[in-house]
Design a protein around this ligand. Structure first.
Ligand code: 5GP
Ligand code: ZN
Length: 112
């Protein structure tokens, strides 16, 4: 399967990972929308949150990995946003589940 995030996760494409464990990698977005813009990606291919049926993986990402990276990059106290774009109208352009962690500036609401 020609999936860019599978290739990053399995090191077919060299990328500066800022976090890695048995099930997840995280790396900086190529086109950052804020001073801190990190993508948290499961190593196994899951197309989007509709296809995510692994509660252990979901909990790991949101309970363990998001807070850990938010603290490491210094946005845990100042605040940040996590975004999971899903499907065409949700703005998903890479069809491998990824959690955007965006921070380091004041966010606006609502999204465009
Ligand atoms: P989506 O729009 O699917 O929620 O987000 C996809 C994100 O992946 C975009 O913010 C885009 O900049 C980022 N992206 C796409 N290809 C690559 C890549 O090869 N490397 C990195 N680091 N980010 C990528
Ligand atoms: Zn994939």
């Amino acid at each position: 399967m020609d999936c860019i995030f599978c290739k990053i996760a399995n090191k077919e494409i060299n990328s500066a990972l800022i976090y890695e464990d048995d099930s997840v990698v995280a790396f900086r977005d190529l086109n950052p929308q804020a001073p801190q813009h990190i993508l948290i990606v499961p190593k196994k291919h899951v197309a989007n949150i509709i296809e995510l049926d692994d509660k252990e993986l979901a909990a790991h990402i949101f309970v363990d990995v998001v807070p850990k990276i938010a603290k490491e990059v210094g946005v845990a106290d100042s605040g940040f946003r996590i975004v999971v774009n899903t499907g065409e109208e949700g703005g998903q352009t890479v069809n491998h589940l990824h959690v955007h962690l965006i921070g380091g500036r004041k966010m606006t609401w609502p999204p465009g």
